[in-house]
Design a protein around this ligand. Structure first.
Ligand code: SAM
Length: 199
């Protein structure tokens, strides 16, 4: 039982690529209602009970895991997950994430951010690519060498350009459409592995 169906997309991608590993730093952008963060938390912190009562002294039990979830909307507490409410495209929000990182670099950056659907395919595509650019930009500042970047996008005219850009920065870039994504949806994911820092 997950808060959002989208959890199954992440589970599917992790089964294929196995990038959710214990002892890592995860940043989940566009995390509400929290399905993806639940997937991460349950995998790397299995000893955490899913009830919030159990997490009072979790600092000591985190075992090096750091999970940060960011969204415009509120997110109900998830064991072991730090929630930041704010617009990820704002520097002030990204600054809050950096403060939580305390000099650590991220192992995994996830973005399931999507714009409010206007119903006009081209406009939604352009807005979605803008969100992708923001998350990649942020990734370039905090992702560690060899790190993973997963980013949702709405297919359209300019996704190729973004993909080519990703290819210069990661060893592996795959266009994925998990089965949990509705057939007719124009939604896709860029699964990027092996960040080439300083390139
Ligand atoms: N992965 C989530 C889950 O499993 O629960 C579902 C994410 S939902 C498809 C997309 C989210 O992106 C929405 O909650 C929306 O508020 C968020 N979002 C869109 N633009 C954003 C922005 N600029 N900053 C932060 N969150 C944003």
């Amino acid at each position: 039982n997950y808060r959002a169906r989208s959890a199954f997309k992440l589970l599917e991608l992790d089964q294929k690529y196995n990038f959710i590993k214990p002892g890592s730093v995860f940043i989940d952008c566009g995390a509400a209602p929290g399905g993806w963060s639940q997937v991460v938390s349950r995998k790397v912190l299995p000893e955490f009970d899913t009830t919030t009562e159990e997490i009072k002294d979790f600092e000591t039990k985190l075992n090096g895991n750091l999970i940060i979830a960011v969204d415009l909307l509120t997110i109900e507490p998830i064991p072991g997950v730090n929630v930041i409410q704010g617009d990820f495209t704002h520097i002030s929000t990204q600054q809050k994430v950096k403060e939580l990182l305390k000099e650590r670099e991220a192992d995994v950056i996830l973005s399931d951010m999507a714009p409010n659907f206007s119903g006009q395919r081209f406009i939604d595509h352009v807005k979605s690519m803008e969100l992708c650019e923001f998350s990649l930009n942020f990734a370039e500042r905090v992702l560690k060498s060899g790190g993973t970047f997963l980013c949702k996008f709405l297919m359209g005219e300019s996704d190729h350009e973004f993909r080519n850009n990703l290819k210069t920065k990661f060893d592996i870039v795959r266009h994925e459409k998990p089965q949990a994504v509705r057939k007719k949806s124009t939604e896709g994911y860029f699964m990027c592995l092996g960040y080439k820092k300083n390139k």
